[in-house]
Design a binder for this molecule. Sequence first.
Ligand code: FES
Length: 103
Amino acid sequence: MAYYECAKLHELVDGFKRVVRLPTMSVLVLHDCGQTYIIENRCPHMDAPLHTGEFDGEVLRCRAHGIAFSLVTGKAEGPLKDALPCLKSFSIVYQGNGLGVDL
Ligand code: FES
């Protein structure tokens, strides 16, 4: 496994959003209300990039077709809840004054 830093701890303010390109994919780092999330920057619906979506606390709404996803459970909200795959999320690894993922 290799560690990829995605942000510095001091950068994590409410509303923080960053796309990080990793060797095999892009991830999206989000921070709000004391919570940080790292997810694949790809919508489980039809693969649109998620970084253009609206981020509000624990919910991310994909701009392509408006489906909202819970960042806590990864599930879509509404009628497609059980029909779509979940967001792909990553465990956050802290190293020094940074955070990132192990791939
Ligand atoms: S691609 Fe995201 S809602 Fe359709």
